[in-house]
Design a protein around this ligand. Structure first.
Ligand SMILES: Nc1nc2c(ncn2[C@@H]2O[C@H](COP(=O)(O)OP(=O)(O)O)[C@@H](O)[C@H]2O)c(=O)[nH]1
Ligand SMILES: [Mg+2]
Ligand SMILES: [Zn+2]
Length: 223
């Protein structure tokens, strides 16, 4: 398993305008947090590059379900708010390369770790040992990582995926079938809720994408 990290309280899932978010990957990170009892926080970084409208669109699918921090290490916006959110916790970064994980660590801990690791990473190749260090500052402990391949695979059977979405679980008893996966079944309360915008359309689409992927993985493995 790489990186070697244990006993994390919080996973800071960093997204930014560049590189464009891979929302399915973010869904997977959130699911793994649920499985491992880790508190996920989506950190929308580089807010200086996003319009108010874009920020709203990014927040919307997770509103009320997942905590969100909007920040910019460039302007300093939202940094104190994030620090308050993770006070007393051991937090770890996850997210695509170059979204600004190390930059956020630097502003939180007043450190000067090297940013812009994208090209260096390619130069060094994939199998370089990378050390893991806990930085401590103002009652916050943070760990930088260069990605989280272990959390990018989800060890859930496709027909159990729906149990990890609170808003789906609440409606399940209203579906015709008690084990409805909310995909192709008739009389599905979740699909109705998506239609009436009670459940966010985009989050549901991400669920469907992940469902298909898990189903395909399952088929390859066992059929
Ligand atoms: N515009 C903008 N650029 C940022 C911000 N935070 C980080 N960056 C830039 O994004 C690039 C990648 O940052 P880095 O911290 O190395 O990302 P990491 O690979 O996720 O650790 C660097 O060029 C940073 O200067 C921000 O808030 N706004
Ligand atoms: Mg980095
Ligand atoms: Zn259903």
């Amino acid at each position: 398993m790489r990186p070697y990290v244990a006993n994390i309280d919080t996973l800071l899932i960093v997204v930014a305008q560049v590189p464009q978010p891979d929302w399915i990957l973010i869904e997977k990170l959130i699911l793994n947090c649920h499985i491992q009892n880790i508190r996920p926080i989506i950190c929308i970084n580089k807010s200086d590059l996003l319009s108010e409208k874009e920020i709203k669109e990014w927040i919307y699918p997770y509103k009320g379900e997942i905590e969100i921090a909007v920040l910019s290490t460039l302007s300093g916006q939202g940094v104190d708010e994030l620090k308050n959110m993770i006070k007393g916790q051991l937090a770890c970064f996850a997210g695509q390369s170059a979204v600004g994980k190390t930059s956020i660590l630097n502003v939180i801990c007043q450190k000067d770790c090297e940013v812009g690791e994208l090209s260096r990473k390619i130069e060094r190749g994939k199998n370089t040992t990378r050390h893991v260090e806990i930085f401590e500052c103002d009652e916050i402990k943070v760990i930088d990582t260069c990605g989280f391949s272990i959390l990018e695979t989800v060890d859930i059977k496709y027909d159990e995926l729906m149990y990890y979405y609170d808003s789906f679980v609440k409606l399940q008893h209203l579906c015709r079938y008690p084990n409805c996966t909310h995909t192709s079944e008739p009389d599905c309360a979740v699909k109705k809720a998506v239609k009436s915008k009670e459940i966010n359309q985009e989050r549901y689409q991400r669920y469907l994408g992940l469902f298909d992927e898990l189903k395909e993985n399952w088929r390859k493995k066992y059929e």
